[in-house]
Design a protein around this ligand. Structure first.
Ligand SMILES: *[C@@H]1O[C@H](CO)[C@@H](O)[C@H](O)[C@H]1NC(C)=O
Ligand SMILES: *[C@@H]1O[C@H](CO)[C@@H](O)[C@H](O)[C@H]1NC(C)=O
Ligand SMILES: *[C@@H]1O[C@H](CO)[C@@H](O)[C@H](O)[C@H]1NC(C)=O
Ligand SMILES: *[C@@H]1O[C@H](CO)[C@@H](O)[C@H](O)[C@H]1NC(C)=O
Ligand SMILES: *[C@@H]1O[C@H](CO)[C@@H](O)[C@H](O)[C@H]1NC(C)=O
Ligand SMILES: *[C@@H]1O[C@H](CO)[C@@H](O)[C@H](O)[C@H]1NC(C)=O
Ligand SMILES: *[C@@H]1O[C@H](CO)[C@@H](O)[C@H](O)[C@H]1NC(C)=O
Length: 399
C-alpha cells in the first residue's frame, strides 16, 4: 500500500471510529429530561442560572422578556439591588421557572415552557444555543413544536422553548433540597468550581447528574436555598435615560456591526476614509433632496411606503449604513435588470442620481445574506461596493 493511500484509509478509519464513539457517548437527554414515575412534586418553582450576554441581553428587561418574567423576579433572587441598571457580559443571574411535567408522544418531559416569537434570522438552534444559552436543545424544541417546520419558520410565529428543569423528589425534599437549579456546564467549569459557586458538595452534584458531564450539558444543582451571587458593581452612566426598547436592540446591533466595520476599515484602508469624508458630504446633499422627494411621493403611494418601512426594519438589523430604494428606481437604474447591466450572477451595475452602484437581486431574507457578507467575505463586500460606488452606500433590490 502506498503511504498516501494508507494515510487515507487510516483517516477513514479514524473518521468512522470517532463517529461510533460519538454515538456511544451521545447523551440520551438531547430531547429533554423525562419525568420521574412519581410526579407528586410537580409542578414546582425553580431557577435557571443565566449569564447576561452581549448584545441583546445586557439588562433585566430584555432577559425578563425572553423568559416572560418581570425584572424584579430576576433581580431579587440574583442579589441585584437596582433592577434598572445595565448588566455586564457574563453577569450571573437566577431566572425563575415554573417547572412542569409535559406529556409528549409516549413520554413525559420535565420543562418550563417559554413562548418565544420568532424574529428575522432566528432558528431553533440559534435561539436554543445563543438566547437560551443551551438551557434547551433544538431537538427538544422540535419535539415540543411538532406542527412547525424548523426550516420554514415565519417571522412572528410563536414557538415553545422547553427550558430544562427538574423538581426535587421525595428523598431530596426530605434531605432539605428545595431546588434543583438548572445550570449549563461551561467548558471552563469543573465539578468543584460549580459546587463552590453554589455552596454545595461536589458529590451531591454527581448524585443527581452522574459523573459523565460534558460542556454545555444542562445539569441540576441541588440546593437548600439559592446562594447569594456576588454581583459586580455597575457604574450607571449618568445622563440620558435608556432609549426605547425596540429601538435599542437595533441600535446595539447596528453599533456592533458598525464598530466592527469601522475597525476593519481603519486597519485595512484608512486612506479611503479621507476620500470618503469628502464624498459623504456631497451625498448628504443628494440625500436631502431625495428625502424631500420621497416625502412628497409618500403622500400618494401608501403600499410602497409600507414595503419601504418593512425593508428598512429588516435591513437595519444588519447594517448601520443603508439606504432604501424603490424597486422602480432599481429597475430604472439597471434598464429593468437588463443583461447589459449584469456584472455577475445576480449583481447588476446601475446608475441612480449620477452615482454608480452594485445592485444585487435577492430572494427574501436579505438580512441573512448581508450578515454573511459582512462576516465571511468582508473583503469581497468591500471591493464590490468600492469598485462601483464612490461612497459606501449599499442598495438592495428584491425579486
Ligand atoms: C408519590 O409520593 C408521595 C409522597 O411521598 C406519596 O404519598 C405517593 O404515594 C407516591 N405515589 C406513588 C404512586 O408512589
Ligand atoms: C451552546 O452549545 C454550543 C455547542 O453545543 C456552543 O457552541 C455554544 O457556544 C453554547 N452557547 C453558549 C451561550 O455557551
Ligand atoms: C411522535 O409520535 C408520532 C406518532 O405517534 C411520530 O410520528 C413522531 O415521530 C414522534 N415524534 C418524535 C419526535 O418522536
Ligand atoms: C408545554 O408544551 C407542551 C407541548 O406544546 C404542551 O403539551 C404542554 O401542555 C405545555 N405545558 C404547559 C404547562 O403549558
Ligand atoms: C477547577 O477549576 C478551578 C478554577 O476554576 C481550579 O482552581 C481547580 O484546580 C480546578 N479543579 C480541578 C479538580 O480541576
Ligand atoms: C431522588 O433522586 C435521587 C437523585 O437522582 C435518586 O438517587 C433517588 O433514588 C430519587 N428518589 C426517589 C424516591 O425517586
Ligand atoms: C449581595 O449584594 C450586596 C450588595 O448589593 C453585596 O454587599 C453582597 O456582598 C452580595 N452578596 C454576596 C454574597 O456577594
Amino acid at each position: 500500500m502506498r503511504p498516501a493511500s494508507r494515510l487515507v484509509s487510516s483517516l477513514l478509519f479514524f473518521l468512522s471510529y470517532s463517529n461510533i464513539l460519538h454515538h456511544l457517548q451521545a447523551q440520551p437527554s438531547t430531547q429533554g429530561f423525562t419525568c420521574p414515575a412519581n410526579q407528586s412534586s410537580f409542578p414546582c418553582q425553580t431557577y435557571a442560572f443565566y449569564r447576561a450576554s452581549a448584545p441583546n441581553f445586557l439588562d433585566l428587561a430584555s432577559i425578563g422578556d425572553l423568559f416572560s418574567v418581570s425584572r424584579l423576579m430576576i433581580s431579587k433572587p440574583s442579589n441585584i439591588s437596582s433592577p434598572t441598571s445595565p448588566l455586564i457580559p457574563n453577569q450571573p443571574l437566577f431566572v425563575p421557572l415554573s417547572c412542569s411535567c409535559n406529556p409528549i408522544n409516549s413520554t413525559s418531559i420535565s420543562s418550563a415552557n417559554i413562548t418565544y416569537t420568532i424574529e428575522a434570522g432566528n432558528t431553533f438552534y440559534i435561539v436554543s444555543t445563543e438566547y437560551f444559552q443551551n438551557l434547551t436543545t433544538y431537538q427538544s424544541v422540535e419535539l415540543f413544536n411538532p406542527t412547525l417546520i424548523p426550516e420554514l419558520l415565519d417571522i412572528g410565529v410563536e414557538v415553545i422553548f422547553p427550558i430544562f428543569c427538574k423538581c426535587p423528589n421525595q428523598t431530596q425534599l426530605q434531605n432539605k433540597v428545595n431546588y434543583l437549579v438548572s445550570y449549563v456546564f461551561q467548558p471552563s467549569d469543573n465539578l468543584s468550581s460549580v459546587a463552590s459557586t453554589f455552596g454545595v458538595e461536589t458529590q451531591s452534584i454527581v448524585d443527581v447528574n452522574g459523573n459523565n458531564i460534558q460542556p454545555y450539558d444542562t445539569i441540576f444543582v441541588p440546593v437548600n436555598q439559592l446562594p447569594q451571587l456576588a454581583q459586580p458593581t455597575v457604574v450607571v452612566p449618568s445622563g440620558a435615560p435608556p432609549p426605547e426598547k425596540t429601538e435599542r436592540k437595533g441600535v446595539i446591533i447596528g453599533l456592533a456591526v458598525g464598530l466592527g466595520i469601522a475597525g476593519l476599515l481603519l486597519v485595512l484602508v484608512s486612506g479611503v476614509w479621507f476620500y470618503r469624508e469628502g464624498v459623504l458630504k456631497k451625498r448628504r446633499d443628494v440625500e436631502k433632496v431625495e428625502e424631500k422627494r420621497r416625502m412628497q411621493l409618500n403622500g400618494g403611494s401608501k403600499g410602497l411606503k409600507d414595503i419601504e418601512v418593512s425593508l428598512m426594519a429588516d435591513v437595519s438589523d444588519c447594517l448601520d449604513k443603508y439606504r432604501v430604494f424603490k424597486i422602480d428606481e432599481l429597475k430604472e437604474a439597471t434598464n429593468g435588470f437588463s443583461e447589459n447591466c449584469l456584472i455577475e450572477g445576480s449583481v447588476f451595475k446601475g446608475s441612480i442620481n449620477g452615482e454608480t452602484y452594485a445592485i444585487k437581486k435577492m430572494k427574501w431574507n436579505a438580512c441573512e445574506e448581508l450578515k454573511i457578507l459582512q462576516k465571511v467575505s468582508f473583503f469581497f463586500f468591500l471591493s464590490l461596493i468600492t469598485v462601483y460606488t464612490p461612497a459606501f452606500t449599499v442598495c438592495f433590490g428584491f425579486q
